[in-house]
Write a protein that binds this ligand. Sequence first.
Ligand code: AMP
Length: 282
Amino acid sequence: MTRMIIVRRVADLRAHVSGWRGRGESVGLVPTMGALHDGHLSLVRRAKDDNVRAVATIFVNPTQFGPNEDLSAYPRDEAGDAAKLESVGCDLLFAPDVSEMYPAGFATSVSVAGITDHLDGIARPGHFGGVATIVAKLLLQALPDRAYFGEKDYQQLQVIKRLARDLDMPVEICGVPTVREADGLALSSRNRYLSAAERQIAGLLPRALAEAAQLLADGRAAAPLLTDIEGRLIAAGFGSVDYIALCDGMSLEPLAAARPGSRIFAAARIGRTRLIDNWPVL
Ligand code: AMP
């Protein structure tokens, strides 16, 4: 196995990627915030299957965290992450520090309208502005052939598809299915915050979404069903539900009943951990 290259400067990332592409080798990019698990690694495997080269990035992006969110506590383990990336054949890791990504005087932001008027766009004000800005930067820094994002963060995937299309970025944005634990819980770097008891409760979220998706596909009206599910999550031990909604899978607009392309989305808290998930309906 050839050793993975680690770089921290945009100029070095560019030199490697443009060198590969100049030799006719396609490049797939996988942006992450680290604390890697099998969900992230499935994106890297896809990048490596579809392209000659796979590049991962690790950057805990301060501008996508709200003032009361877990930026300072966000798990970091670069050495462990690098070993995992190397084990799945990643060619290069770009791990810049904050000053490389936001040099003094940084004043530009990218904002995507419409899609961000719903769900996490409301629950986490400013979040998608931070995401859109950093992903636009990473795509322009690396200039890969393709970039990979998880369906776990489905609204984020739609925001990134929109921005790449709107800004004419010469990159194909690829969505990758959510990797789940045996009980259905979506893998997430934040799952490590859950106590054993909370972890048990967390498995109810995907089960409730799957069950609701089936009933919605059978033609049930969304509002009473979603209220009922919210009540069940709270009764089972979730502290609060930020939202549970049936939405169009492209525009993210709320829907009263299922139609082709619709999905159910939820964000709920257990203790200090916020979980999000989504499930296809029709
Ligand atoms: P994060 O490090 O949480 O910002 O995630 C980096 C990328 O991995 C994003 O595109 C996520 O959607 C994706 N991802 C996170 N968890 C999963 C999962 N369980 N299955 C598939 N992709 C995931």
